[in-house]
Design a protein around this ligand. Structure first.
Ligand SMILES: [Zn+2]
Length: 618
């Protein structure tokens, strides 16, 4: 059984008239199909979390004190849980009546607690299960240094409920305090004010004073150290990774300043990064104050740090202005990709950011073609329909890159100056609020299109948001730097030896484009020549390597298979895994190889990765 959460929020809608602007509070109803919460009845506003992390049993024992804001006739509070073993629910020391709903494979179980309008707090004692989907417990061998075990969480989209009983909907925000006990010598970090030194007794306290949605709850426990990068930024990593990470993120302070110059002050105090072990399933996760990052961006030459610009940009888009439900995910990610490219443009110039845009266009066009071929045209709409599905299904290049190209289209329609003023106003006026796609359209029309008397018509906006694929007049960027790469690839195909290609000045992005441009008809001997010349199979650049491995599978270039196996076993970043496994399963021999490697690799992957790869190999 599945119930829907229906709740209301107040949005400030600005009506502009010819002479004056008036603000009017308008009540809107949002349905979050991925939460059992009914916040208009009772809403969590603050969490006090006390936890003890048990590496031996791979569980967290915890007490969650939930502070509630109740309506005048509240009779219950509805929470989300998944796999939690609840031992008691109390209020003021008294046992409360509670019940768990039926299990749903995506949503878990509702926790319904009977309350009165006067109930201020409830206290839930519980233990997480071994299968808790947000938690990844690593053995020492799965870490960089092998000094000890490691734990990290990944709560987005709806996995926070597997480690905290909470209203797990992006539309519900709360502040939190936490005390966490970990084994001596380990450092605990959260999406909060963090320590910079290991505590002698393994006891840590945390405070997050800005209200956040549950998907931004995060915890990491490991043998890590901290190094400062500037006044308000620094990096945490295992000792052997620390110097490399500090070098790689050397431009971080500049990035923060560039972001603020674009769209207003950074509102979260510090901005730190933790480099996690390689099984982290994403490139990065924008946990407030502490981005979680994959070590696969440590290329040694600062060439893959657009990912950091991306996570930093989320401090505005997503963390400040938050998608109301996962159907509105493009509001988080489209804005973030747009903002990321603008930060990269500020730091490294337009020709650099145009390479990123061009790579995004390739990904997007490929994915749209694939989705339409698979009869999933609806999933190419910006506004998604994920009810009854795993919200993770919405993590495609549609939300990211189609979202980006829509915003870029708007920028080009109105001109950068007016567009930037609008975006800044959007972040400022909607900070710490939620946004639906519909409220965004209204905001856009009122504050930009009508105000500036721009004639693009609602039709186009609707086409972008509610129609499949890309509208005809979408701007697909052409990167001059990539054109040069294409020219070199052509020369090679025409017979110029690899050693004579002009590639001295290329960045990671150019190399990535070069590898992707390898034609299907290329012969093994030519692949070998490229590999001998440019060292693709042994490159430390994970983006280039992942693209090369896809080409190796496609062309049955077996010299790369050894590296392919170690890469798949050691890396859990889904963005790399999906295309490689996806290419393998296209042939019978490849499928066999994929299954063999996966058997060894699977224990190293987080749930969000196994969930995807299981599906591919079933
Ligand atoms: Zn993102």
């Amino acid at each position: 059984m599945k119930t829907k959460a229906i709740f209301c929020f107040y949005a400030l809608i600005f009506f502009s008239c010819t002479e004056k602007t008036t603000n009017e509070e308008q009540e809107m109803t949002i349905q979050d199909p991925h939460s059992y919460a009914i916040p208009e009845e009772s809403k969590v506003t603050h969490l006090d979390w006390a936890a003890s992390v048990n590496f031996q049993n791979k569980v967290i024992n915890a007490t969650a004190v939930l502070h509630l804001e109740n309506s005048k006739d509240a009779a219950k509070v509805m929470l989300d849980t998944k796999g939690l073993n609840i031992t008691s629910v109390k209020s003021n020391g008294e046992d409360m009546d509670y019940s768990l709903g039926d299990y749903d494979k995506h949503l878990g179980r509702s926790l319904e607690v009977a309350i009165t309008p006067d109930t201020k707090t409830i206290t839930v004692n519980y233990t997480t299960s071994k299968a808790a989907e947000a938690l990844q417990w690593l053995d020492p061998v799965q870490t960089a240094d092998g000094n000890g075990p490691f734990l990290f969480t990944q709560s987005q989209a709806i996995l926070a409920r597997s480690w905290v009983p909470i209203q797990d909907s992006p539309g519900i925000r709360f502040t939190y305090n936490a005390t966490v006990k970990v084994p001596q010598g380990m450092m605990a970090l959260m999406s909060a004010e963090n320590p910079q030194k290991v505590s002698a007794d393994g006891q840590y306290s945390f405070k997050m004073e800005e209200p956040i949605p549950a998907y931004l709850l995060a915890l990491s426990v490991g043998y890590v150290e901290f190094v400062s990068l500037g006044e308000r930024s620094g990096v945490y990593a295992e000792p052997s990774v620390l110097d490399k990470a500090a070098y790689e993120f050397g431009d971080l302070e500049k990035m923060i300043t560039a972001a603020e110059d674009l769209y207003g002050p950074y509102k979260w105090g510090r901005y730190d990064i933790i480099v996690l072990p390689p099984s982290f399933p994403f490139g990065g996760m924008e946990n407030p104050r502490l981005t979680f990052a994959t070590p696969t961006i440590l290329a040694g030459d600062r060439s893959l740090t657009s990912l950091v610009a991306h996570e930093l940009a989320h401090s505005w888009s997503g963390n400040l202005v938050t998608n109301a439900t996962w159907n509105d995910f493009w509001l988080n990610e489209g804005f973030t990709v747009y903002f990321e490219h603008r930060i990269m443009e500020s730091l490294y110039g337009r020709d650099y950011s145009e390479m990123l845009a061009s790579l995004a266009a390739q990904d997007l066009q490929d994915e749209i073609a694939e989705m339409i071929a698979d009869d999933n045209a609806k999933d190419t709409h910006l506004k998604l329909e994920l009810e009854g599905r795993n919200p993770d299904d919405g993590v495609t290049s549609i939300a990211y890159d189609k979202g980006y190209f829509f915003l870029r289209y708007l920028e080009e329609k109105v001109g950068r100056e007016k567009w930037d003023a609008f975006v800044k106003q959007y972040f400022t006026e909607n900070a710490f609020k939620v946004m639906t796609t519909e409220a965004f359209i209204e905001y856009l029309e009122t504050n930009l299109i009508d105000k500036e008397r721009i004639n693009i018509g609602t039709v186009k906006i609707n086409e972008w948001i509610y129609q499949p694929g890309l509208p005809d007049d979408a701007v697909i960027p052409e990167s001059d730097r990539f054109e040069k790469v294409d020219k070199e690839m052509n020369r090679f195909v025409q017979g110029t030896p690899a050693e004579e290609l002009e590639s001295e000045e290329w960045s990671s992005h150019e190399w990535l484009h070069f590898v992707r441009a390898i034609p299907d008809t290329m012969k093994i001997a030519e692949l070998k020549e490229l590999d001998d010349q440019f060292g693709f199979t042994k490159t430390g650049n994970s983006e280039v390597l992942a693209a090369w491995l896809v080409q190796s599978v496609k062309h049955e270039y077996e010299s790369a298979y050894g590296r392919l196996e170690t890469f798949l076993i050691n890396t859990g970043r889904r963005k790399f895994l999906s295309p490689i496994y996806g290419e393998l399963v296209k042939t019978e021999a490849g499928t066999k190889m994929a299954r063999e490697v996966y058997e060894k690799a699977r224990p190293n992957y987080h749930f969000v990765a196994t969930n995807t790869i299981d599906e591919m190999l079933k």
